[in-house]
Design a protein around this ligand. Structure first.
Ligand code: NAP
Length: 335
């Protein structure tokens, strides 16, 4: 356990692919909590694809990271000093804090978590934002009906792996794709997907989808975009739903790529294509949290994470995440 508050700051904005030069690892000041504030020793930190967007300048649903400032992340930690009646020393909390060993907070936006219910890092994955994202997208836009076919891309990732398993709980036929054979095997052998394929080695993705979804796709949970989205679009059934969760294949593009070919299909087949941001759906997030712990306990939701040791290795792990080097939820262990 470090006594120094090491931090990672945004040194410069990436142009195209992010590199380790865009980050700075430095020994910062130990935060001094004032009246009403707490000091949190951060134990686990989440790395997420949306962080790449926040490294760019420009308007989005969250403000960009500032150059020269500590980056922000989902964190789980332990309260070690408290000047706030809502938190006691020894409480474990999760929320948006810094890429750093110690953070101070006024407690707003933090949530207490139970370390006896699940390993602490799980509150950043299956019992946290990625799990909620899977549930929110599937329920609010997907509106699944038993027997329908669901296709999910980046299916072995933090969000995709939950999407597929929720699909099975809801009685759907579930097909997924991932970028490594070991990930594909995990989807079918461990998570109960009906079929899965490696999008890097399968040949044309639309042909593979035609083969594995012979009755078409009713719900496409889109995490990737590009060729995979285009291929799914052409296999959609009438009145299908395309859940626009993320487009990770484009996050390092210098210029926005043209949209998928076949947009006329949206009209012809009366498709619904809708984006969402998980935090706009607090009711569904709470509903998921109430159900997820039970599903985990019953073995209906399985979980896998890649844990990188040490804050100093976070930039490398983040770049790896954007390249598919993570298997399941990417976490950084901080102490
Ligand atoms: N809308 C929201 O509120 C919300 C919230 C959270 C996340 N998201 C989005 O959900 C998606 C998944 O996030 P996550 O946290 O679950 O990430 P993740 O799946 O744990 O990690 C990203 C994965 O994406 C895959 N990938 C990367 N580049 C790719 C490419 N060019 N083509 C195909 N696959 C590629 C890689 O796996 P492979 O080995 O399979 O290539 C990589 O492991 C992202 O698009 C993210 O931005 C949206």
């Amino acid at each position: 356990m470090t006594e120094t508050n090491y931090q990672i700051l945004l040194k410069s904005r990436p142009v195209g692919w992010v590199s380790e030069e865009n980050f700075e690892y430095a020994a910062g000041e130990m935060p001094a909590p004032g009246p009403g504030e707490i000091l949190v020793r951060n134990k686990f930190m989440s790395l997420d694809p949306y962080m790449r967007g926040r490294m760019n300048e420009g308007k989005s649903y969250v403000p960009p990271f500032a150059v020269g400032e500590v980056l922000e992340a989902g964190v789980v930690g332990e309260v070690i000093v408290s000047n706030n009646d809502d938190y006691a020393v020894g409480d474990h909390v999760t929320g948006r804090l810094g890429w750093e060993n110690y953070s101070k907070s006024d407690g707003q936006g933090l949530m207490k978590v139970d370390p006896d219910l699940a390993p602490l890092s799980w509150y950043l994955g299956i019992l946290g934002m990625p799990g909620m994202t899977a549930y929110v997208g599937l329920m609010s836009i997907g509106q699944p009906k038993e027997g329908e076919t669901l296709f999910v891309s980046a299916a072995s990732g933090a969000v995709g792996s939950v999407v597929g398993q929720l699909g099975k709980i809801m009685g759907l036929r579930v097909v997924g794709c991932a970028g490594e054979d070991s990930k594909v095997a995990w989807l079918t052998d461990e998570l109960g997907f009906d079929a899965a394929f490696n999008y890097k080695t399968c040949g044309p993705v639309y042909k593979k989808l035609r083969e594995l979804c012979p009755e078409g796709i009713d719900i496409n949970f889109e995490n990737v975009g590009g060729e995979i989205l285009e291929a799914a679009l052409w296999q959609m059934n009438d009145f299908g739903r395309i859940i626009m969760c993320g487009l990770i294949s484009a996050y390092n593009d210098k210029e926005p790529a043209p949209g998928p070919r076949g947009m006329a299909l949206i009209v012809q087949r009366r498709l619904k294509m809708q984006g969402f941001i998980v935090f706009d759906h607090q009711d569904l997030c709470r509903e998921y949290m109430a159900k997820a712990a039970g599903w985990v306990k019953e073995g209906k939701l399985k979980y896998r994470e890649t844990i990188t040791d040490g804050l100093e290795n976070a930039p490398r792990a983040f770049i790896g995440l954007l390249k598919g080097e993570n298997f399941g939820k990417q976490i950084v262990k901080l102490d």
